[in-house]
Design a protein around this ligand. Structure first.
Ligand code: D5M
Ligand code: FE
Ligand code: ZN
Length: 568
């Protein structure tokens, strides 16, 4: 099937400095002698052209062989590349969309809700219909219905007139702090960051409790009802099994005692240091402590109604490519990019990459023993080559991760000029971690996900685990902050503004980092952790991390329904 070599045609053109119309690539793949046709098409394109068009190709094909091969004639390999036979078999597998195997469902599938999500076509789907009823069981519960497979016609676009028109696209990046870093690392900078965090998160809570500043509460008469909003300074359990939660605002600190018989254990379990919460209760007789009756997180309102595209268009949500690692799964990647050139992938007009493009150097101890490419610039060059296999008219957005060559502390700026230049493939938008992207009416929050390790380590297993990374994401949504806890594993850089606050509720929250596939809905927000393209490393083996490698979650931007495709 000639289409399987589309990725190679696109790459061959990209290597000669050209983007290409999809139709041009398809025509070249169908030519009797694609290699000659590529050369002739490039010849035909005017010197100042950036893009090879279908017209250039038609002329070129007329010139070289006078006719295009019929669709069922096998296409020849247009570009001689080493290992092309491997590519061919990989492509065939992806072409048939070998998908999530029943026997080995993605870890994301909720145990309580078995993988009815895996349908006959071999695609794992998730019904994320925004109109589905929300669960009213309480503020902490999430709507995690992973069932209701959709029918094939919804999954596979068989539209004869695909609407892949760049003019219909609409994408805007927000919250990008690249080039705007102001922090000098002084103590006062941290004060500014935390003030901004408090300001913006307390605003969300202010409508819910009648709060007073710490200083004012300290002067209220004993026995008064009072509420405070603050950043969590300390949480500890007392000898008698209660909990002491100390909050801090801009005027001072105040302690709250959460009694064990208040039924709040479950909520206390979820509290992380430095996050912003509200406590409501009654002051002790001596007014020195607040007895808590309720605790509130900024949270996502249950009434949140996500936006949606007004046409059928999709985005591939991936992360953790790790080019340069011995374990980088090149074959799976090629299958993925080959699939992107098939008609089935016509609606996939956007590619969102949530960090760890390359394996980096010196990220973890002994990492050099597992490096295939030891030079960081070469890693990015190779990554860029792989990215060129993606259809040229795909809108790409990338943020860095902890393996990338930018500062580790978050927010991470979107790369320096040297690396941006190397990765400047298909006009990709390269932005900071985190960043928000508005894609045809769908607000996507992209964050690499280093804080997920921390959330998983701090919270009870049922609330956050590597097997269900989306649940750890729900916690971040609840806290309206992508990395609440300061001073631990996640490094935070002091900036004028706390870029890690989720001021607006996203429609889709996209992370990576933990190399596990998981997705689900929390208060109508779709949380997707996107797996990776790196097989298990020695370190991961030693700590029993079993990565979900070679999956591409594909998001319908009109319905916010998800399909997971497997390419490994
Ligand atoms: O992270 C992939 C996952 O593996 C993430 O959950 C962190 C964890 N990881 C991987 N290597 C290490 C080491 N050496 N120490 C601690 N945690 C680790 P990634 O960012 O892709 O390496
Ligand atoms: Fe990673
Ligand atoms: Zn990572």
């Amino acid at each position: 099937m000639p289409l399987e070599s589309n990725a190679r045609i696109a790459k061959a053109l990209a290597e000669r400095g050209y983007n290409a119309e999809r139709e041009a690539v398809t025509l070249l793949a169908g030519a009797a002698d694609p290699t000659a046709a590529v050369a002739a098409a490039v010849d035909r394109a005017p010197d100042d052209a950036l893009r090879v068009t279908a017209d250039h190709v038609r002329d070129a094909i007329d010139e070289t062989d006078g006719s295009a091969a019929s669709p069922d004639e096998p296409g020849q390999s247009p570009v001689e590349t080493e290992g092309s036979s491997d590519r061919e078999s990989g492509a065939a597998e992806a072409g048939s969309a070998t998908a999530v195997d029943d026997a080995d469902p993605p870890s994301a599938v909720d145990d309580a809700d078995p993988p009815s999500a895996v349908d006959d076509a071999g695609l794992a789907t998730v019904d994320t219909d925004p109109a589905s009823p929300v669960d009213d069981a309480g503020p902490a519960s999430a709507d995690t219905d992973l069932g209701s497979p959709v029918d094939d016609s919804d999954l596979v676009s068989t539209d004869s007139t695909p609407s892949r028109d760049p003019d219909l696209r609409d994408i805007a990046v927000g919250n990008d702090m690249t080039g705007r870093s102001t922090g000098t690392g002084e103590y006062s900078d941290f004060v500014t960051t935390f003030r901004d965090r408090y300001e913006r998160l307390s605003k969300i809570l202010r409508g819910r409790v009648n709060h007073r500043p710490a200083e004012a509460i300290a002067n209220m008469p004993g026995g008064s009802d009072a509420a405070m909003i603050g950043l969590v300074n300390d949480v500890r359990s007392t000898k008698s099994g209660h909990w002491l939660v100390e909050l801090e605002d801009t005027t001072g600190t105040f302690p709250a005692l959460v009694m064990k018989d208040k039924g709040l254990a479950d909520v206390v379990d979820e509290i992380l240091l430095d996050e912003c919460i509200a406590v409501e209760g009654t002051l002790a007789d001596d007014a020195g402590i607040l007895f808590a009756d309720s605790l509130h997180f900024p949270d996502v309102p249950r009434t949140h109604r996500p936006g949606g595209a007004d046409r059928h268009v999709q985005a591939a949500l991936i992360s953790d490519v790790h080019v340069g690692s011995d374990e980088f799964m090149a074959d799976a990647w090629h299958s993925f990019t080959d699939w992107l050139h098939t008609p089935e992938a016509d609606p996939v007009e956007y590619l969102l990459l949530a960090g760890d493009m390359v394996e980096g150097v010196g990220v973890y101890p002994d990492q050099d023993e597992e490096l295939d490419i030891v030079d960081i610039y070469e890693q990015y060059e190779t990554f860029a080559e792989h990215l060129k296999e993606v259809p040229a008219d795909t809108e790409i957005v990338m943020i860095p991760g902890n393996h990338d060559a930018v500062r580790l502390a978050e927010p991470q700026p979107g790369f320096d000029d040297e690396i941006r230049e190397i990765m400047d493939v298909h006009d990709a938008k390269i932005v900071s971690n985190p960043a928000t992207v508005s894609v045809e009416g769908v607000e996507v929050l992209m964050y690499h996900g280093v804080s997920l390790d921390e959330v998983i380590a701090e919270l009870p297993e049922e609330k956050a685990s590597y097997d269900e990374p989306h649940k750890a994401m729900y916690q971040l949504l609840k806290k309206r902050h992508v990395a609440p806890q300061f001073g631990g594993h996640t490094r935070v850089a002091p900036e004028e503004r706390d870029y890690l606050v989720m001021e607006d509720v996203p429609d889709v929250f996209h992370t990576g980092h933990v190399h596990k596939l998981g997705w689900g809905k929390y208060h109508n927000v779709l949380a997707v952790n996107s797996g990776c393209w790196q097989a298990q490393t020695d370190f991961q083996k030693s700590v029993n991390i079993d990565p979900d490698a070679g999956y591409a979650p594909i998001l319908d931007l009109d319905s916010l329904e998800m399909t997971v495709r497997k390419f490994s």
